[in-house]
Design a protein around this ligand. Structure first.
Ligand code: 3PG
Length: 199
């Protein structure tokens, strides 16, 4: 899969994952893949992020699509691509990052939360965007309004979404998938306990 839209279309939910270790990543991603979730976003918020991406990519069947989340800088983008991430996701949008991912020729989903950011991303050629943080930035009503002025943009809303609200977003014409961490909550024991409630 080379286009970000193809990747988004491959799954109605993209789990946003944070792991303490590569071992934990492999264990959890095996279970998610087994439940039919083939597009996985592993965030780079922990030291083990890049190792987790490499280990999961090696472990899962070839049709799994393992991407990197929390891509904040050109250097992180380069490292994530080198670790084998099939795509990258950023919570925001900067020109420096846009330029870098274009040069890397790497499927990328920049984050936006306002009309101006969406227009700027479009100027850079990004027509698929993460809407983040979705719930506190206006939720489905915001995306409905964006759709009336920028109908050529397609979104993956993320941030504060749960199985109760996922369909409110997905039923919009400019949304193809939603992202979220609700499938992999960490308990007070510090471990991830899967919640495979998809919608
Ligand atoms: C992200 O990085 O996309 C968010 O942390 C995911 O948001 P959520 O934890 O509210 O689902």
């Amino acid at each position: 899969m080379t286009k970000i839209l193809e990747i988004m279309n491959a799954s109605p939910v993209i789990p946003v994952l944070s792991f303490k270790s590569a071992e934990e990543a492999v264990q959890v991603c095996r279970a998610l893949y087994g439940a039919g979730l083939k597009v996985l976003e592993i965030t780079l918020r922990h030291e083990s992020g890049l190792a987790a991406i490499a280990a999961v990519k090696k472990d899962l069947p070839a049709d799994a699509v393992v991407g990197a989340g929390t891509v904040l800088t050109p250097e992180i983008a380069k490292n994530a691509k080198e670790a084998g991430a099939a795509f990258g996701v950023s919570p925001g949008f900067t020109e420096e990052l846009a330029k870098a991912v274009k040069e890397l020729d790497w499927p990328f989903l920049p984050g936006v939360a306002t009309l101006s950011e969406a227009m700027q991303a479009k100027e850079w050629g990004f027509t698929e965007l993460k809407f983040f943080p979705a719930a506190v930035s206006g939720g489905p009503a915001f995306l409905k309004a964006v759709g009336s002025v920028l109908p050529e943009l397609t979104f993956c809303p993320t941030g504060g979404i749960s199985s109760d609200t996922a369909e409110d977003y997905r039923s919009l014409p400019n949304v193809v998938t939603v992202g979220g961490s609700w499938l992999t909550p960490r308990g007070i024991d510090g471990e991830i306990h899967l919640n495979l409630d998809l919608d």
